[in-house]
Design a binder for this molecule. Structure first.
Ligand code: NAP
Length: 407
């Protein structure tokens, strides 16, 4: 029988046989979940000799939930995830029209999973548009709740949009063209600081050299400028002994990956969003952890993933305080549903992130080793096979088999 994972004094308490709820996902979700579960169980058995295992508990969401329970996101699913704290999910169809805007956004907001964590690294042999893709190795912490994605948005000419335009004109003399659609961009000190604190904790824990705050504070002075200011403040006030702002590292040294002047402390830097996109292409080795507001983080995550060979391999986790849901970052790829064809790596690497978060680094390393080995052996799913010279295309399940061989 599995036991509950607990969270006490800011730390996970993980039994040897935790129960972890999973959402299989829609479309190709069942194909990749089947493959992922085999890899997780094989890695666990291999590294712990049977001492540690996971009891997987299915919970419903998406189309399957709608068919079986009449709801896209049943209350029982949320309750079970709340109870067991850590879950993993395949991709879900976004219901078109009415009800929930996006199941993923709903899950994040309901469980207050305020950090979207996206590690981006290169696997040897994956085709990439870059000459030296291995130089990029970053973990992006994207704020998950606030910003223009908070869902406060009104259609052009709606009574709400018209009322806001009128109010701003009358009260503050702010001119907005009549008939505009309106979206609200809230960024708070609280939301920023808990996200930046998580990024800094990760850098300290993983002994990474820097955290870079990415913002557009030169234009949006109070929202994105606030993100920068509050980010530096939380570094100074909560992690003063472990961090150092780039401005204090010594002339010219802040740009280097591990500046001598930092004396082992995490260097806190900030970059304007557009410059950051250029930096990731031109000098990726200077960045190890990135903390960004929602929109910047969303764009950066996918752009960075493209540099190392695309979204098919990009894992993700949505993490709060004492709750976490890990997920494949791609969608349901419905045209391949049930064809045992697509690449399961995104979900499998999300599982590796989950085990790492729970302190089972040996399991995470084994899974990552398995993926790296399978790719190197050039027996890969169609998406990689069509780009890799001399590769053999294999099915989702055969690819999982190749991963297990290399675990
Ligand atoms: P998508 O499902 O990600 O698929 C777009 C294309 O990406 C596929 O046709 C395929 O490319 C490639 N692809 C995606 N997953 C792959 C995998 N595992 N292995 C190999 N190739 C893969 O995006 P979409 O078609 O825009 O969205 C479909 C549904 O998914 C929508 O309902 C959307 O709302 C939802 N969605 C869910 C999530 C989530 O749950 N996190 C995220 C995004 C979208 P080729 O055609 O070139 O083979």
């Amino acid at each position: 029988m599995g036991e509950r994972i607990d969270f006490r004094e800011g730390r996970w308490v993980v039994p040897d046989c935790p129960t972890i709820p999973f959402i299989e996902g829609d479309g190709t979700g069942p194909d990749i979940w089947r493959a992922a579960r085999r890899v997780f169980d094989a890695a666990l058995a291999k590294v712990s000799g049977g001492k540690r295992r996971v009891e997987w508990l299915e919970v419903l969401a998406g189309e399957k939930a709608f068919r079986q329970a009449g709801s896209w996101l049943p209350e029982a699913t949320l309750e079970t995830i709340r109870q067991y704290r850590v879950a993993i999910k395949g991709p879900l169809t976004t219901p078109v029209g009415g009800g929930i805007r996006s199941l993923n956004v709903a899950l994040r907001q309901i469980l207050d999973l305020y950090a979207c964590v996206r590690p981006v690294r290169y696997f040897d042999g994956v085709p990439s548009p870059m000459r030296e893709p291995q130089k990029l190795n970053v973990v992006i912490f994207r704020e998950n709740i606030e910003d223009v994605y908070s869902g406060i948005e009104y259609q052009a000419r709606s009574s709400e949009a018209n009322a806001i335009i009128e109010f701003l004109a009358e009260r503050f003399g702010a001119k907005i063209r009549p008939g505009s659609a309106i979206g609200i961009k809230p960024i708070s000190e609280f939301g920023t600081q808990r996200l930046v604190a998580k990024a800094i904790q990760h850098a300290i824990h993983a002994r990474l050299p820097s955290v870079t705050l990415v913002h557009k504070g030169n234009i949006m002075k109070f929202t994105e400028g606030g993100f920068r200011e509050w980010g530096y403040a939380v570094a100074r006030e909560r992690f003063g002994g472990d961090t150092l702002p780039e401005s204090e590292v010594g002339a010219g040294a802040g740009g280097t990956a591990r500046p001598a002047g930092a004396n082992g402390r995490v260097v806190i830097k900030d970059r304007i969003t557009d410059a950051m996109f250029a930096q990731l292409v031109l000098r990726p080795e200077e960045y190890s952890v990135i903390a960004a507001p929602n929109l910047n983080g969303d764009l950066l995550s996918d752009a960075a993933a493209a540099q190392v060979g695309g979204l098919g391999l990009a894992p993700g986790g949505n993490v709060g305080d004492g709750y976490a849901v890990y997920e494949a970052t791609h969608g349901t790829a419905p045209k391949y549903a049930g064809r045992d064809k697509v690449n399961p790596s995104s979900l499998i690497l999300s599982g590796a992130m989950m085990f790492e978060e729970l302190g089972w680094n040996d399991v995470a390393d084994a899974i990552t080793r398995g993926i790296a080995g399978a790719i190197k052996s050039r027996r890969v799913t169609y998406d990689l096979a069509r780009l890799m010279p001399e590769a053999t295309e294999v099915s989702t399940s055969a690819f999982a088999g190749a991963i297990i061989e290399h675990v």
